[in-house]
Design a protein around this ligand. Structure first.
Ligand code: NG1
Length: 463
């Protein structure tokens, strides 16, 4: 039985139009929980995935991003335990059950195992807010069509990390919320082996319906390590839809490729430091105000490992922490420093210009920036694929498309397109049909209707 409380919680989280479908989904999840763990109280937490409008691979360089939360999310149903154990089931078959004990050093499950996304936040919270956190019995529901598509650059992994963190924080009465919680979740996710930034965790936690989040990923010097500048930017006014098109292509094990890009940015920083030791450059962000023409000559197009070692820069240790490139970088000796840094430098400027364009209602200008961002991600960051190129090309060919670009880490996954509202149906038809003709694959188009940020949705007393 769903109570009025639940209906109103669902409306607040997903909007009135989605209420009935979400109610059925929640009912199924609650039934599955009861079947697995028996009757009693249970809390339902949710954490949304996201689509990034612009600002790709800028977050870990302390740059700017503009993501938007999806209404696709991960649910975590949890019942507190008296001990520090966490038992996890998944509503989808094939995931298997997991169990771990919360500790300051939780042994990692094998690479890619879904338990790691829960173990990461559990370990970090125990280190920083323990000792002695209580665990829970949990059921995860990320099943389609409501769940975040996995491995598609829509941040399904961060959604699970964030859902686990909000559950542990709530069940243990930890005083941690907002940007501080998002920052902790960002660090917690390094546990899985990629050295990503904070974008995904921030948007999942701070999302506001029908708004994107303009986030400066550099912690503010004056406000402690967890103070960030951000503001919500209204999207959707003026008759435009944000559409996500999933290519259906998944590139597994992108961790090494991802970490490689992080390392190339850091090598760029180290080379710039050598030229300007007095400038205290710690991230590419520090040279954002310097015109690119001045920076370019200081950064080699490609630099070999031997040369780096000769300069006292060890690429094997440049990613401090658990997942250095020794363990996770493809074995190649070349680092493409100039073009990677050029992407980050130009992308940050595009994010700032995008916020200005959106706030001025200038969709044509925003569309041009999306196109430039795509070209930069493809040519300079080299993260596109033939399937993504086909989708962007098809999207640009539909009348009413303002702009389109790959979104997320890359190497497969999705594109995001901004399309005039009255062209949405025509867009979906033209793009899916064209994609099938060109590649033989099936693309899925869905609108980004942002849900509210992560947290407790509902507490149920199941008899
Ligand atoms: P996805 O697309 O979810 O793999 C990754 C990083 C982000 C950001 C983007 C690229 C994690 C958890 N996420 O996201 O921080 O760097 O790539 O813009 O590492």
């Amino acid at each position: 039985m769903l109570t009025m409380d639940m209906i109103s919680a669902l409306r607040q989280t997903y909007g009135a139009a989605a209420e009935a479908a979400q109610a059925a989904r929640y009912r199924r999840a609650l039934d599955a929980f009861k079947e697995r763990y028996g009757p009693g109280q249970v809390c339902v937490f949710h954490a949304p995935g996201r689509v990034n409008l612009i600002g790709e691979h800028t977050d870990y360089n302390h740059g700017f991003v503009l993501p938007m939360a999806l209404d696709k999310d991960v649910l975590l149903l949890a019942r507190p335990r008296d001990d520090g154990a966490v038992r996890l089931s998944n509503i989808e078959e094939g995931y298997g059950d997991r169990r771990f004990d919360i500790a300051q050093d939780i042994p990692r499950a094998s690479l890619g195992d879904w338990a790691n996304y829960a173990q990461g936040p559990a370990q970090l919270l125990e280190q920083e807010y323990g000792p002695g956190l209580s665990g829970f019995d949990g059921l995860v529901d990320g099943a389609p069509p409501f769940g975040v598509p996995r491995g598609a650059g829509l941040s399904s992994s961060s959604a699970l990390t964030v859902a686990t963190a909000v559950a542990l924080v709530a069940l243990n009465d930890i005083d941690l919320a907002g940007p501080e919680l998002a920052d902790a979740c960002g660090r917690a996710e390094w546990y899985v082996g990629t050295r990503g930034g904070i974008m995904d965790q921030f948007i999942s936690i701070l999302a506001r319906r029908d708004h994107a989040l303009f986030l400066d990923c550099r912690p503010r010097a004056d406000g402690g390590a967890n103070a960030y500048d951000y503001r919500h930017v209204s999207i959707g006014a003026g008759g435009y839809a944000v559409l996500v098109v999933d290519s259906g292509v998944r590139h597994h094990n992108t961790g090494p490729l991802f970490n490689r890009r992080v390392a190339e940015g850091r090598i760029g920083v180290r080379l710039l430091q050598r030229h300007q030791p007095e400038a205290s450059i710690t991230h590419l962000r520090d040279v954002q105000v310097v015109p690119w023409a001045e920076l370019e000559p200081l950064l080699p197009e490609v630099i070999h490992r031997d040369e780096l070692l000769r300069l006292g820069i060890d690429p094997d240790t440049i990613l401090d922490g658990p997942a250095g490139p020794t363990s996770a970088t493809p074995d190649t000796d070349r680092f493409y420093v100039r073009r990677r840094c050029r992407h980050v430098h130009s992308e940050n400027r595009r994010v700032l210009a995008s916020v200005e364009a959106l706030e001025a209602g200038d969709m044509a200008a925003f569309g041009r920036l999306l196109a430039q961002a795509h070209a930069s991600a493809r040519d300079d960051y080299e993260i596109s694929t033939p399937e993504i190129e086909a989708l962007v090309d098809l999207a640009n060919g539909v009348p009413g498309t303002v702009g389109a670009r790959l979104t997320g880490a890359g190497w497969g996954g999705c594109i995001v397109a901004v399309v005039a509202q009255e062209q949405v149906a025509a867009f979906a038809q033209a793009v899916t049909r064209g994609y099938r003709q060109r590649t033989g694959l099936t693309a899925t188009v869905f609108p980004c209707q942002s849900a509210a940020g992560a947290g407790l949705v509902y507490r149920s007393d199941m008899g």
